[in-house]
Design a binder for this molecule. Structure first.
Ligand code: NAD
Length: 367
C-alpha cells in the first residue's frame, strides 16, 4: 500500500499460527471492516484448518510470500523473535502497517532498526503488550493516576513459574532465535506495565542477575505451549532478577522465571508502595494461557483510620484491545501514525539489553 489513505475493508496478513498468531487471527476476525486476506505458518495442516475456519483466501509457508502480496494494508507478526525485525522492516518498506508480538526484537539494535523503518515509512508500528490491557492493571493505573497512592517510590513486578519453560528444545531456549530467556519473554510484560503504571519514568541504571540451573539439566519444561521442540540446546537463562533505579529515586525490582523450585502456580505479582497508599496485585495464568484469577488490594488510610479495600478490576482487554487499537490507529490517518512508532517497546528492549549486560558483567549498568 503506497498511498496515504486507508482501504475499507482493511486488508491484513498474519504471520505465525502458534498461540500468539491464533490470538491475532481471533482478534482481527472480531473487528468489523477488517479482512484477514492471508496467513503464513509452517504447520501445513494447522494453516489449512485456520484458513477454512476463518475463510482466509491466501496461505503461505513463508513470511516473504505473504509480505509481497498485492493490496495488503497491514501485517501482524507472531513468529519467533529473530524474525520480528526482518519481517517488520520488509513490510514497513513496502508501506504496510505492522503489529509485532513482544518482545520487539532480540535486542535494542534490531528494535531501533524497526522503529527507524516505521518513522522512515511513516507507518504504524505497534507492539503487543496485552498484559497492560488487563482489567486489574487498568484499575490500578486509574488509582495511581488519581493520586490514590500518593507518590509511588518502590515497586516490584514478577512473573514466576515452577515448571514453565515454553517447550524445552524449542526456539524459545536459543539465544540466536529468542534473544533471551524469561527476562525477554515474561519480564518484558511486567516491565512494560510497571513502567506504564509508574508514568514512564526514565531508567537510570540496572543491576541484574540471571541463572540457568534447571533448563540445561532438562528440568522445568512444560508441554502447555505451542512452540515445537526441535532439539535445540537450552542456552538462555531460566530465572532472572533486576534492580532498576528510576528517575526521582524510585526503585523497580523485576523478577522473571520460567522455572525454579517454588509454588507450582504460574503467578504474576505486582506491588507498589507510595507516600499515601500501597497496592498488591496477584494474578495467575491457567495452562491455556488465560489470566485465571486476579486480586488487587489497596492499602491506605483516611486520617487515622485504616481504609484498605479490594479493588474491582475494569474490563479485560488482552489481544483484542491491542489489535483494536492498532486498527483504530491505522484508520485515524497519517496524523496519528507518527505516535505509533514502536518507541515505547524500544525502551523496554534497551532496558532488557542492559539487564543481560549487567548479569554477564556482574555490575550495575547505566542507561
Ligand atoms: N503477547 C503474548 O501474550 C504472547 C504469548 C505467547 C507468545 N508471544 C510471542 O509471539 C511470538 C510467537 O510465539 P508462539 O508461542 O506463538 O510461537 P510458536 O512457536 O508456537 O509459533 C510460531 C509460528 O511462527 C511460524 N513461523 C516460523 N518461521 C516462519 C517463517 N519463516 N515464515 C512463516 N512463519 C513462520 C511457525 O510456523 C509458527 O506458526 C513470539 O514473539 C512470542 O514472544 C506473545
Amino acid at each position: 500500500m503506497n498511498h496515504e489513505t486507508v482501504s475499507e475493508p482493511l486488508r491484513v496478513g498474519v504471520v505465525g499460527v502458534g498461540w500468539a498468531g491464533q490470538q491475532h487471527i481471533k482478534a482481527f476476525h472480531a473487528i468489523d471492516g477488517v479482512e484477514i486476506v492471508a496467513v503464513a505458518g509452517m504447520e501445513t495442516e494447522l494453516l489449512e484448518s485456520i484458513r477454512a475456519e476463518y475463510g482466509i483466501p491466501h496461505g503461505f509457508a513463508r513470511w516473504e510470500e505473504l509480505v509481497e502480496l498485492e493490496r495488503l494494508d497491514a501485517v501482524s507478526i507472531a513468529v519467533p523473535t529473530f524474525l520480528h525485525a526482518p519481517i517488520a522492516v520488509a513490510a514497513l518498506e513496502r508501506g504496510l502497517h505492522v503489529l509485532s508480538e513482544k518482545p520487539l526484537a532480540r535486542n535494542g539494535e534490531e528494535g531501533a532498526a524497526m522503529v527507524a523503518a516505521a518513522r522512515g515509512a511513516g507507518r504504524v508500528l505497534d507492539v503487543v503488550f496485552n498484559h497492560r490491557r488487563r482489567g486489574d492493571i487498568k484499575k490500578l493505573k486509574s488509582i495511581i493516576d488519581g493520586g490514590g497512592l500518593g507518590r509511588p517510590y518502590y515497586a516490584k513486578a514478577s512473573w514466576l513459574r515452577r515448571s514453565g519453560i515454553p517447550t524445552l528444545g524449542s526456539w524459545f531456549t536459543s539465544p540466536e532465535l529468542a534473544g533471551g530467556g524469561p527476562m525477554a519473554d515474561l519480564g518484558v510484560h511486567v516491565l512494560d506495565y510497571a513502567l506504564h503504571l509508574l508514568g514512564e519514568p526514565k531508567v537510570i541504571s540496572v543491576s541484574a542477575s540471571a541463572y540457568a540451573e534447571l533448563g540445561p539439566r532438562g528440568r522445568g519444561g512444560s508441554e502447555g505451549f505451542t512452540a515445537a521442540a526441535s532439539g535445540l540446546a537450552f542456552e538462555v537463562e531460566d530465572f532472572a532478577s533486576a534492580f532498576i533505579r528510576l528517575e526521582g529515586g524510585v526503585t523497580l525490582v523485576v523478577e522473571a522465571g520460567w522455572a525454579s523450585y517454588r509454588d507450582p502456580a504460574d503467578v504474576l505479582d505486582f506491588r507498589v508502595y507510595g507516600t499515601d497508599g500501597g497496592a498488591e496485585l496477584r494474578a495467575s495464568q491457567s495452562p491455556s494461557l488465560e489470566i485465571a484469577d486476579s486480586g488487587l488490594r489497596i492499602f491506605t488510610d483516611d486520617g487515622d483510620v485504616n481504609a484498605d479495600y479490594t479493588a474491582e478490576p475494569l474490563e479485560d482487554g488482552a489481544h483484542l484491545a491491542v489489535v483494536a487499537d492498532f486498527v483504530a490507529a491505522i484508520r485515524a490517518g497519517q496524523e496519528e501514525w507518527g505516535s505509533h512508532d514502536g518507541s515505547i517497546a524500544l525502551t523496554r528492549a534497551q532496558i532488557i539489553d542492559a539487564c543481560y549486560r549487567s548479569a554477564r558483567e556482574q555490575r550495575e549498568v547505566r542507561l
